[in-house]
Write a protein that binds this ligand. Structure first.
Ligand code: P6P
Length: 338
């Protein structure tokens, strides 16, 4: 059996983003292409450091300093710093919002561009010592007409984002991206140093068999969530119950939901009045991707992408995934309203 020849027509993320730019015709300046390439570079850097940190932490080389004697920066701080520096240096951004920073960064005029990026540089980083997949989540807005680039440019509904994505760091690094024309997934080939298109045109199955909630919060859940979960755990008319899968790292739970279908939820409850997940750089990007992949993303009382943020770190309830599963959940909210 002849050895399979390597593909000689690999589609890298860079090439795919460029082809997307040409799709938009001469009106596309290439600025978003350069911005997304800056984000791609930060994901490669973070992937390398997550892998190193796992090794260092796990075999105890870290101590207070890393193997090269430098001061060991916390990984999420390091991930934040590489993103802030790369986005500023790209000269394509005007405003940055990071989960790691209390205040928004307004880029100095000489480096200012026409996009605003909101991001969680390393979501789920508390899981890193357990080797659980963690990730970077980002969303991109365009500076509004007539604006010089202020915080107001990111206090807009998620429906006004022009791109959103995440990079999941695990056994491999998977970058999932949408620029408003469907969702594509890319896997990092470390030898090449390139993200390669491996999951073209991701579509969430219309229904799945998995639910992904932290049921440790069950005693606080409101009735629509309790009743919905009971309906899939103790189904009537002889149907099989759903399976429970909960990793506790949003990027990993959402990635599985995109590929296998089902529903992911982090509801508001009696303890957390607005839920736990952040609207701007967790809920909005994942909702953008969900809708682009044919799914539904809701708070239970309305479309996530329609929310108008009032604070850059505000939280919101999140239910997302297969449209039939999320619509089943919404029936319980409708019933609760009636
Ligand atoms: P809990 C990680 O800390 C995170 O922000 C998300 O990635 C994840 O979905 C959620 O919190 C997990 O929260 O309360 O279930 O541990």
């Amino acid at each position: 059996m002849s050895e399979e020849l390597p593909s000689t027509d690999i589609i890298t993320l860079t090439r795919h983003i460029l082809s997307d730019q040409y799709r938009l015709g001469p009106a596309a300046t290439g600025d978003l292409t350069l911005l997304l390439n800056a984000i791609q570079t930060t994901s490669k850097f973070i992937a390398t450091n997550v892998r190193k940190a796992r090794l260092i932490n796990l075999i105890g080389l870290a101590g207070e300093t890393n193997v090269t004697g430098d001061e060991q920066k916390k990984l999420d701080v390091l991930s934040n710093d590489i993103m802030v520096n790369a986005l500023r240096a790209s000269r394509k951004t005007a405003v940055l919002v990071s989960e790691e920073l209390e205040d928004a960064i307004v880029i100095e005029d000489k480096l200012k561009g026409k996009y605003c990026v909101v991001f969680d540089p390393l979501d789920g980083s508390s899981n890193i010592d357990a080797g659980v997949n963690i990730g970077t989540i980002f969303g991109v807005y365009k500076v509004s007409e007539g604006s010089t680039g202020t915080v107001a440019d990111v206090l807009k509904p998620g429906s006004e984002m022009v791109a959103a994505g995440y990079t999941m760091y695990g056994s491999s690094a998977n970058l999932v991206l949408s620029t408003g024309n469907g969702v594509n997934g890319y896997t990092l080939d470390s030898a090449l140093g390139e993200f390669i298109l491996t999951h073209p045109d991701i579509k969430i199955p219309s229904r799945g068999k998995i639910y992904s909630f932290n049921e440790g919060n069950s005693m606080y859940f409101h009735p629509p969530v309790v009743n919905y979960l009971n309906s899939i755990k103790y189904p009537a008319n002889g149907k099989s119950p759903y399976s429970a899968r909960y990793i506790g790292s949003m990027v990993a739970d959402v990635h599985r939901t995109f590929l296998y279908g089902g529903i992911f939820g982090y509801p508001d409850d009696k303890k957390s009045k607005k839920g736990k997940l952040r609207l701007l750089y967790e809920a909005f990007p994942m909702a953008f991707l969900t809708e682009q992949a044919g799914g539904i993303a809701t708070t239970g009382r309305g479309r996530i992408l329609d929310i108008v943020p009032t604070d850059i770190h505000e939280r919101c309830p999140v239910f997302l995934g297969s449209k039939d599963d999320v619509n089943d959940l919404l029936k319980f909210y409708e019933h609760d309203k009636a």
